[in-house]
Design a protein around this ligand. Structure first.
Ligand SMILES: NC(=O)c1ccc[n+]([C@@H]2O[C@H](COP(=O)([O-])OP(=O)(O)OC[C@H]3O[C@@H](n4cnc5c(N)ncnc54)[C@H](OP(=O)(O)O)[C@@H]3O)[C@@H](O)[C@H]2O)c1
Length: 262
């Protein structure tokens, strides 16, 4: 990869930074598309976030930056504007820097997730969905599933209060979807989505029991590494259709690429 003064520069702001892989994925994505884009992770402590964002505002060859743990919510106060999607989800994961230097926070997780399902011809409209997890990504996927027309959405989470709060927020925005926070059996759902981080480590327990699901079920796990989590391997062995987290990340890259091409 050759980075020159003509390259479009992007950052990923994180703390800690060692685990950040998104920059490698984004660089590979743009390189394979022949785009002159270079992305670097930046290790930014929470107390320095405001100063860093103010500096990026002045960097004229920067078109945006990704935001990850723990900055996704805190960054909002340093931006000029956030999109309705980011406001609803309560978190920003990509900030666009316009040609005029305005910083616009967006959240691409929901759109990326729903686009990845659509690309695999997985229809959400009318489906009965069980989602595990109510963290940052889970908030986005829950709103995305309701927006895409899920008939029912049941949210399960270790911290049950978080699941209840998320269910209430989604129900308020999307009254046509029947939303609840509950412990439920996977076998009575059409689409099962894992948004917890359980599955990133080889010895993690399964995020939920999927005994009894069959070939008509779709199991999605948004974890990117490994590409095939234990949950997906188990689901495939039971004949279910499976989809991993990489297509969701790729779909978000496509949205970023569309923004920088303008
Ligand atoms: N494919 C993509 O584009 C994409 C995008 C974003 C995130 N992700 C992936 O999604 C996963 C979650 O990310 P996040 O940002 O939502 O993280 P987060 O905000 O920290 O949320 C973590 C979620 O996992 C649950 N969890 C963690 N450890 C658990 C355990 N031992 N037992 C039961 N539940 C547990 C948490 O439950 P509690 O609320 O009870 O703590 C919470 O629901 C990560 O693997 C991340 O890489 C993928």
């Amino acid at each position: 990869m050759e980075i020159t003064g003509k390259s479009k520069i992007m950052f990923v702001l994180a703390d800690p930074v060692d685990h950040v892989r998104a920059s490698a994925v984004i660089n590979a994505y743009f390189q394979s598309n022949g785009d002159d884009v270079a992305v670097s992770p930046l290790h930014i402590l929470p107390g320095d976030l405001g100063a860093v964002v103010a500096s990026i505002r002045l960097m004229r060859n920067v078109f945006g930056f990704g935001v990850t743990i723990p900055h996704k919510t805190q960054v909002i106060e340093h931006l000029d504007e956030i999109t309705p999607a980011a406001r609803m989800i309560g978190a920003v994961n990509f900030v666009k820097r316009t040609a005029e230097g305005r910083l616009v926070g967006d959240n691409l997780d929901a759109r990326g997730f729903i686009a990845s399902l659509a690309q695999h011809e997985i229809v959400v409209r009318g489906r009965k969905v069980l989602q595990v997890g109510a963290g940052g990504a889970g908030r986005a996927t829950a709103f995305g599933l309701a927006e895409a027309g899920a008939r029912e959405l049941t949210i399960m989470n270790r911290d049950e209060e978080k699941a209840r709060a998320l269910a209430a927020a989604v129900a308020e925005h999307y009254p046509a979807t029947k939303v609840s926070a509950d412990h439920a059996e996977a076998r009575s759902f059409d689409l099962i989505v894992n948004t917890t981080s359980l599955g990133m480590k080889a010895d993690d327990p399964l995020p939920l029991d999927i005994d009894g699901i069959g070939p008509s079920a779709v199991v999605s796990d948004i974890i990117v590494h490994p590409a095939v989590t234990r949950l997906l391997a188990r689901a495939a062995a039971q004949g279910a259709r499976t989809i991993g987290g990489k297509p969701m990340l790729d779909a978000q890259m496509a949205l970023v690429a569309r923004f920088i091409a303008r």
